[in-house]
Design a protein around this ligand. Structure first.
Ligand code: IPE
Ligand code: IPE
Ligand code: MG
Length: 224
């Protein structure tokens, strides 16, 4: 969860939008570090289903920044063998943003490196709800029993492994309706570092913390 852009800007007597722009650079650094490290999947929270509640001006700036960043970074993502997938309720976005999203997803669809998932107009509750609805319609259409279907297969992250490590920058200790189902057994890491200041060293620190965790998945430490 890339949080703290607004506060980063306010601390510098800049408009919040400057924080979002700086946030894009931090994202680029993180994507490239993850690709270099051989991380399989990086999922970033770019815009929550609740972020529409922000002032109109900030929302429209974020939409513009999203479109501009997709335009500017598509080639670079592709060159770095990164596959882009966008999750969330995309129909709420402008036609031009939706078609750009689709275009970059298509361009990078055969890439075999890092899978970069951008959660945009995403909410964990929405994801679970839409999965249940799809499951029900699939069950009736294909005439199979609901009990033979798995929720995981209908989430927007179907087929993608659950996150090992969850990182939230910006000092808040909450999930803010991010991947609710998928985070069931993720290791949680919170840092006060504001997102625009998040860099390779900050990522290394998060990974070091992760490496000291014992993942028991319900078992005892002795069993492992
Ligand atoms: C996260 O930073 C970016 C988005 C939610 C789009 P914020 O904009 O929430 O920054 P703070 O939390 O106000 O500092
Ligand atoms: C979460 O940050 C969403 C994103 C980073 C995109 P928020 O800043 O919107 O979360 P709350 O409102 O503090 O919980
Ligand atoms: Mg915030």
């Amino acid at each position: 969860i890339m949080d703290g852009n607004g506060r980063w800007a306010t601390q510098r007597n800049k408009p919040r939008t400057a924080g979002h722009k700086a946030g894009v650079s931090a994202l680029r650094t993180t994507i490239e570090a993850c690709a270099t490290y051989g991380v399989d999947v990086l999922t970033v929270f770019a815009f929550s289903s609740e972020n529409w509640r922000r002032p109109d001006q900030e929302v429209s700036m974020l939409m513009e920044l999203f479109l501009l960043t997709l335009k500017n970074q598509a080639k670079r993502l592709h060159k770095n063998n990164i596959r882009l997938k966008i999750i969330g309720e995309k129909t709420k976005f402008s036609e031009s943003l939706q078609s750009k999203m689709q275009e970059v997803e298509q361009l990078t669809s055969d890439n075999t490196g890092l899978l970069l998932i951008i959660a945009a107009n995403y909410g964990g509750q929405w994801d679970i709800e839409q999965a249940c609805l799809q499951m029900m319609s699939y069950a009736s259409k294909e005439n199979v029993s609901l009990s033979d279907l798995k929720v995981d297969d209908f989430l927007s992250t179907a087929g993608i492994p659950e996150p090992d490590l969850f990182i939230r920058t910006g000092g808040e200790h909450r999930i803010s309706n991010f991947l609710l189902w998928q985070l069931a057994y993720s290791e949680l890491y919170f840092t006060d570092t504001l997102w625009p200041d998040f860099d390779k060293d900050a990522l290394d620190l998060a990974m070091t913390h992760y490496s000291s965790r014992q993942r028991r998945f319900g078992q005892t430490g002795e069993q492992l």
